[in-house]
Design a protein around this ligand. Structure first.
Ligand SMILES: [Zn+2]
Ligand SMILES: [Zn+2]
Length: 253
């Protein structure tokens, strides 16, 4: 029996096989304790997207397109992609994973990441996968970085190397939930550094995090990775925040 199986067996003792979102329908550990009905309420991104930041747009864009934020803001990452939007059951699950250290939903997160990679594998084309790190004090407080778990799943799925010793967070940044795009960018300035001894020359990297909103965090990471000689940095997040980016990205016509 693998470690994962042991952990799931212990969850089965703690949690009855009931959906942890609606507390009504039957759900099992392999589905992350979320029933089919609640899973059907997760919003998948199937719209036209900006080729760089991955933001969604109404309409059917047949040609490769970059939004005005990417055209003028020039992010340091090549492509950012997310399978779902941050709303409904997925928002609840990510919040509980982040702030209550609950891990029972991880099988569902794993499925979402694997499905996303089956769609975006060729977009990424990476050799090394890494997670957006937490500030050390926050990591100690939470005891766990949810993005590391997602990054390891992605690395395994891509047949790439996972490395947890490339990036470090050197500034205790404030929570960005209520910040504007400009304030988020300022908040993230100087937040990340490369660990000594990381040889990134000409490496193609994939950064993994749970959520992307304006992309300020991902971009701050990508900036130092590119400055350290990486060939390219792509990003994969479980979900995409939907509040502000829709308002700031405009179609070029
Ligand atoms: Zn349910
Ligand atoms: Zn864009």
């Amino acid at each position: 029996m693998y470690l994962d199986d042991w952990i799931r067996s212990s969850w089965a003792i703690i949690y009855p096989e009931v959906c942890q979102i609606c507390n009504e329908r039957r759900a099992n550990p392999d589905d992350g304790y979320v029933c089919e009905n609640c899973i059907s309420k997760i919003t998948f991104i199937n719209k036209s997207i900006c080729d760089q930041c991955g933001n969604t747009f109404e309409g059917n864009l047949t040609e490769c397109f970059n939004c005005s934020d990417c055209t003028f803001g020039r992010p340091h990452y090549k492509h950012a992609r997310s399978p779902c939007t941050l709303e409904g059951p997925l928002q609840t699950l990510i919040h509980r994973n982040k702030y209550t250290q609950s891990q029972w939903m991880e099988p569902l997160f794993g499925t979402l990441i694997k499905n996303a990679l089956s769609k975006y594998r060729s977009t990424f084309s990476v050799e090394i996968v890494l997670a957006v790190p937490l500030y050390p004090a926050k990591q100690r407080e939470r005891g766990y970085n949810q993005s590391t778990w997602l990054a390891k799943i992605a690395a395994k799925e891509l047949g790439a190397e996972f490395r947890g010793n490339i990036l470090k967070r050197v500034k205790p940044t404030e929570t960005q939930t209520r910040m504007s795009r400009r304030d988020r960018k300022e908040n993230m300035k100087g937040a990340f550094k490369i660990c000594t001894g990381s040889n990134l020359a000409n490496k193609r990297l994939l950064l993994v995090d749970d959520v992307i909103t304006t992309g300020a965090t991902i971009d701050a990471c990508a900036k130092v990775l590119m400055e350290a000689g990486a060939e390219s940095v792509c990003a994969l997040t479980l979900a995409r925040g939907i509040s502000r980016p829709f308002l700031t990205c405009e179609l070029p016509f």
